[in-house]
Design a protein around this ligand. Structure first.
Ligand code: IPM
Ligand code: MN
Length: 382
């Protein structure tokens, strides 16, 4: 193997690790949010998220401070750097990060994803990727005969291991005899902290109290054996939670056939990536799907984002749907301990989708990006 390409730190998560993702200053009760609008329509949706964040803080009586960072494709093309020196350390001083979107038509795929998104996930040790899958009222799902009562589950995706660790290499690259490897890694610690968090979350969510492990133990007989053993051991500490196992392929089938079966799913990084795009469509498309990259440890820096991409062709047209970003803001508020503010935002979103917006598709909402933001702000008080 070509040793120069086997180091995980080079492939995905170059160090330095300034302070292990922990903030060193106290936040004085002011919620400090770093805003990375990013590429394409990212800044437009992020602006609506900030609009709602500021409005809800005012109503709920707490202070919020935001600071914009211009990281993304344009800056990279102009300066050659994605995250300048000291950026991670500066970001780590905020309570949370709100990310618009990453992906620039003039930058090769993978560069910004690795240099910005995955870099933050790894460096801040955001080991939970939380993706609620909820069909809001008034939103169309492609699943026939299913409504908001049937589609309401949450995927807890491990966010720091698996094939994303960036371990691999080439042998005889560029020759007919070329070999490439990409190694999935699973650690006991990495599995356990995510699985334990998922059990706690299922208990706190208090709905069906069912946690389904999604993996592929029939083929990944080492890695997913560790995952499954860890799941079964941790399960013993949660007798109030019903446990269940699906192979990932079967899970894709059941999600479409019987989405109402699911409550909380815990899964590995790569499978989580895939089943949450499927879930994104089940919940009505990328205009509404939000996710959180969470470091749940005290002082951990978490990052919240809409799941849709940067949609370059819609940039600057005031047509992109900011609902996903606004629900990312609700997740941010919940994680930051502002539960009633989070609830207020979710309620406003559901009234907006249920009674005011014509569609969740870009350009067909019956109003513009900014108007959706204004509408949600108006409804915060309803
Ligand atoms: C996601 C995205 C990322 C991932 C990409 C952009 C690296 O698809 O957040 O699901 O694969 O995790
Ligand atoms: Mn994805």
């Amino acid at each position: 193997m070509d040793g120069s390409e086997t180091k995980p730190s080079e492939a995905v998560a170059p160090l330095p690790k300034p302070n292990n993702g922990k903030r060193t200053v106290s936040s004085n009760d002011i919620l400090k949010v770093a805003v990375i609008g990013g590429d394409g329509t990212g800044p437009e949706v992020a602006a609506e998220g900030v609009k709602v964040l500021e409005a809800v803080a005012k109503l709920e009586g707490f202070q919020v401070e935001t600071k914009d960072f211009d990281y993304g494709g344009d800056r990279y093309l102009a300066t050659g750097e994605i995250l300048p020196e000291g950026a991670l350390e500066e970001l780590s001083q905020f309570d949370s990060i709100l990310l618009g979107a990453i992906g620039h038509p003039d930058v090769a795929p993978g560069i910004l994803e690795r240099g910005l998104l995955l870099q933050m996930r790894f460096d801040f040790d955001q080991y939970i990727n939380l993706r609620p899958v909820k069909l809001f009222p008034g939103v169309d799902t492609p699943i026939k005969d299913k409504g908001p009562d049937d589609i309401d589950y949450v995927v807890v995706r491990e966010n720091t291991e698996d094939l994303y660790a960036g371990i691999g290499g080439f042998l005889k690259k560029g020759t007919p005899d070329e070999v490439a490897t990409q190694t999935a890694i699973y650690t006991r610690k990495g599995c356990e902290r995510c699985i334990r968090w998922a059990f706690e979350y299922t208990r706190k969510r208090n709905k069906k109290k069912r946690l389904t492990l999604v993996a592929k133990t029939n083929v990944l007989t080492y890695g997913h054996d560790l995952v499954e053993r860890t799941f079964n051991e941790v399960a013993e500490e949660y007798p109030d939670i019903e446990t269940d196992y699906n192979h990932v392929d079967a899970c894709c089938m059941w999600m479409v056939k019987n989405p109402e079966y699911y409550d909380v799913i815990v899964t590995t990084n790569m499978f989580g990536d895939i089943i949450t795009d499927l879930s994104g469509m089940i919940q009505g498309g990328m205009g509404v799907a939000a996710g959180g990259n969470i470091n749940p440890e005290p002082g951990g820096t978490s990052m919240f984002e809409p799941m849709g991409g940067s949609a370059p062709k819609y940039t600057g047209k005031n047509v992109i749907n900011p609902i996903a970003t606004i629900s990312a803001v609700a997740m941010l508020l919940e994680q930051a301990g502002h539960q009633s503010a989070a609830d207020r935002v979710m309620k406003a979103i559901m009234t907006a989708t249920g009674t005011k917006m014509e569609s969740q598709a870009a350009g067909r909402m019956g109003m513009g990006t900014r108007e959706v933001g204004d509408l949600v702000v108006e409804l915060l008080d309803a």
